[in-house]
Design a protein around this ligand. Structure first.
Ligand code: PAZ
Length: 327
């Protein structure tokens, strides 16, 4: 029987991603491994990067967003340092923990190397210390199986993955944390309205009107709001759920974060603005608004940005008892 619930309808009407079963098996194994090795292990699901909205089933074109995955990849490293096992659900080819220090940077990775007198290729002297530290942390995470990487591309893949992972994490209870930093599209084209083949620039394609002269008119549906379902149905009630709120208008940020907190009833909303997201965030909890800022002088030098400082802000918080923490 067809359901009226828009969230349930979404999953009935859109196809599960091909890789879902394989990802579920990997996650099941990851959780079992950590619970059996140390029942106290905390497991965090970090979501990271943008989601695409394909315009065609055999996708040539898609709508995307700005997110590079910096927040998620950086935070994942800090979660490992803090003792978490991390499931990293990320947009394919966005930034990854550890490799982010050398990929997508203004330098080509070869700029970090040079030929030695003996003919070997070695890391240049000025990068040795930093690379050694990153390498050690990467090897530690690998050896202890603390990082499980799961890629997605489309908003549809993201939603199916999120539902499955939240359900699989239920037995982890209060030791599970959701850290939802991915920039998830609010709009999509449902499967039954999506063109199969590349949209042509002519006005009529496969008997359907897809263009209007030289214009392409795209009709998008709203993506059902899944945070509520995650909080109240998919995830264990004991788990901690942190969502992010991105805005461009500073006057809206805190009120929108408060609205989300009130509406979905989860633990914390971290607000950030597009232009300043690397330097300042606001933590919004019931009855509390707290800004964390990287001081101006440290901004250009800071590699990890604000994620590096949030842990310190937490420790300072009780002593400082003020709304704003400058580090
Ligand atoms: O990936 P990135 O570091 O470029 O950006 C991070 C971010 C702004 C996507 C993240 O902090 C965030 O706010 N995510 C939620 C976005 C939203 O409101 O859907």
């Amino acid at each position: 029987m067809a359901t009226e619930d828009p969230q349930a309808q979404y999953f009935e009407n859109n196809p599960a991603p091909k890789q879902l079963r394989k990802h579920e098996a990997l996650v099941r194994e990851f959780i079992e491994y950590h619970i059996s090795t140390n029942p106290e292990t905390r497991i965090v699901l970090v979501t990271s990067g943008g989601t695409t909205v394909p315009l065609e089933n055999q996708t040539v074109r898609f709508i995307d967003n700005f997110s590079a995955g910096t927040r998620g990849a950086t935070s994942a490293e800090y979660f490992v340092r803090a003792g978490y096992a991390v499931i990293f659900l990320h947009r394919e080819y966005s930034l990854l923990p550890y490799s982010r220090h050398y990929s997508h940077s203004t330098n080509c990775f070869l700029d970090f190397m040079e030929g030695s007198a003996g003919g070997d290729v070695v890391v240049r002297q000025e990068y040795q210390m930093k690379m050694k530290q990153v390498l050690e942390e990467y090897q530690y995470a690998k050896k202890n199986r603390l990082l499980l990487m799961l890629p997605y591309v489309t908003v549809n893949e993201y939603l199916f993955e999120l539902r499955s992972l939240a359900t699989l994490l239920q037995p982890v209870g209060s030791r599970a944390l959701f850290y939802l930093a991915a920039a998830v599209s609010d709009f999509f084209i449902p499967r039954d309205r999506m063109e199969e083949h590349k949209i042509q620039s002519s006005t009529v394609e496969n008997g359907k009107k897809t263009g209007n002269g030289t214009q392409l008119v795209i009709n998008l549906d709203p993506v059902p709001k899944f945070l509520s379902t995650l909080v109240h149905s998919w995830a264990s009630r004991e788990s901690m759920i942190v969502s992010f709120k991105l805005e461009t208008d500073p006057n809206l940020l805190v009120s929108k974060a408060e609205q989300a907190l009130h509406k979905y009833g989860h633990d914390l909303v971290i607000g950030n603005l597009l232009t300043t997201r690397k330097w300042e965030v606001v933590f919004v909890r019931t009855g509390e608004e707290r800004w964390v800022r990287v001081p101006k002088a440290k901004r250009s030098r800071s590699v990890s940005g604000i994620e590096e400082l949030v842990g310190r802000a937490d420790k300072k918080k009780d002593a400082a008892k003020k709304d704003e923490v400058d580090l």
